[in-house]
Ligand binder design. Sequence first.
Ligand code: 13P
Length: 252
Amino acid sequence: MRTKIVAGNWKMNNTIEETTTLIKELQIALKDVSLENTRVLVAPTFVNLSRGVENAKDSNIEVVAQNMHQAKNGAFTGEISADMLKSVGVVSVILGHSERRTYFGETDALLAEKVSATLDNTMEAIFCFGELLEDRKSGNHFSVVESQLKNALFHLEAAAWKNIVLAYEPVWAIGTGETASPEQAQEMHAFIRNIIKEQYNGEVADAVSILYGGSVKPANAVEIFSKPDVDGGLIGGAALNAADFTAIIKAI
Ligand code: 13P
């Protein structure tokens, strides 16, 4: 059975106090929630990772990073390495978010290096991708997604995929309040699973968790998560509120 995952991408939100409070609220809210076969992840900003890991200790919440540099160390002002993340207890990292691609110029080629760096460091990569509105309108969404996967991930050996989580986030649905319909999400997730099967094999394709992201809210989570190829969600805005995020987790 594939692992279900609900992950909160906090983006550039929450001070250290707010991080502590939100993790505490989540711990209390999730105390009696059965999370069988389900992982709950939160991704605070870099400076709050260490405190977040401490806060989440002995709970069913995992703290992950929002980004990572591909080099081991060196003259890369402002960047964070795998060793630094691991030294504060973070072993999983979101890569390729559309905001990283759009505002910080991250390309598939760069992301291929970042993905390799996470795996070389025995970390997990939560790889984000998804088409722009214009791609969907012109009917190019499948080919765009296929090339994002191919260019950033298909250099990996089959065995490496046990440390990959996919997050399909159509850019037009991120922070817009406009969600892909459950049918659109299912159609794309099934397509993704199929191209992984063609590139690798059925075992790899069946095992990889594919999350949906883009305006997931308590009101639409049940329907989206009910689709067979949707294994959870990557949540932005609604993950900043403990009650909303908990409701989404309960929807899985
Ligand atoms: P929203 O849930 O705010 O649309 O953001 C989704 C997202 O970007 C998660 O990474």
